[in-house]
Design a binder for this molecule. Structure first.
Ligand code: URA
Length: 210
């Protein structure tokens, strides 16, 4: 991918996102829409995956037909909200390997601290897609990508539902080699670090924890 930031402006994505932003949308609908939108975003983030051909026989003749090349890709969910994107993408790419990264924010230093990390082997040979619905300050996203690089990943992409300009700038400074795919680039962060206009707390909205 040549662009650092790709905003998927497809009307289906934008329509679904609008319903998700609406504060009156139920938890069940939010979860279902996130599942659907994750598949449309995954379509974009995997657009340049390598393909090779395989000789097959259709009922009419033989042909060299395209198939995905290389090692299975890795999806890395940044806990906990990343799981909402992960579930939908796994329906589309069921053979993907899956990793999890858990980070919390130290209230004194305000820096992300890792509490969980479980990643598949051989990351260096695979396309690795980190998923987190909200790219807000970018601190935890940049830290998660640090972890992936320390574990050997070299071909990384970041998939989110909404991005704030601050988060995109932070990622570009820390990881200019990691393309970002999102459904929208919103206006700004508020004083509490929420994306505005945004959709609120993605984890709370998908899991009904508020
Ligand atoms: N995380 C969220 O869930 N929402 C925001 O607006 C920012 C970070």
């Amino acid at each position: 991918m040549s662009e650092h930031l790709t905003v998927v402006t497809h009307p289906l994505v934008q329509h679904k996102l609008t319903i998700m932003r609406d504060k009156d949308t139920s938890t069940a609908s939010f979860r279902q829409l996130l599942r659907e939108i994750s598949q449309l975003l995954a379509y974009e983030v995997t657009r340049e995956m390598e393909v090779t051909t395989r000789r097959i026989e259709t009922p009419l003749c033989e042909m060299d037909a395209p198939v995905l090349a290389g090692r299975k890709m890795v999806l890395v969910s940044i806990l906990r909200a990343g799981n909402g994107l992960l579930d939908g993408i796994l329906e589309l790419i069921p053979s993907a390997r899956v990793g999890f990264v858990g980070l919390y924010r130290d209230e004194e230093t305000l820096q992300p601290v890792q509490y969980y990390c479980k990643l598949p082997p051989d990351l260096g040979d695979r396309l690795v897609i980190a998923v987190d619905p909200m790219l807000a300050t970018g601190n935890s996203s940049a830290a998660a990508v640090d972890l992936l690089k320390e574990a050997g990943a070299r071909n990384i992409r970041f998939l989110c539902l909404l991005a704030a300009p601050e988060g995109v700038a932070r990622m570009k400074a820390a990881h200019p080699d990691v393309p970002i795919v999102t459904a929208a680039l919103d206006e700004r962060l508020n004083e509490k670090g929420y994306i505005v206009p945004g959709l609120g707390d993605a984890g709370d909205r998908m899991f009904g924890t508020r």
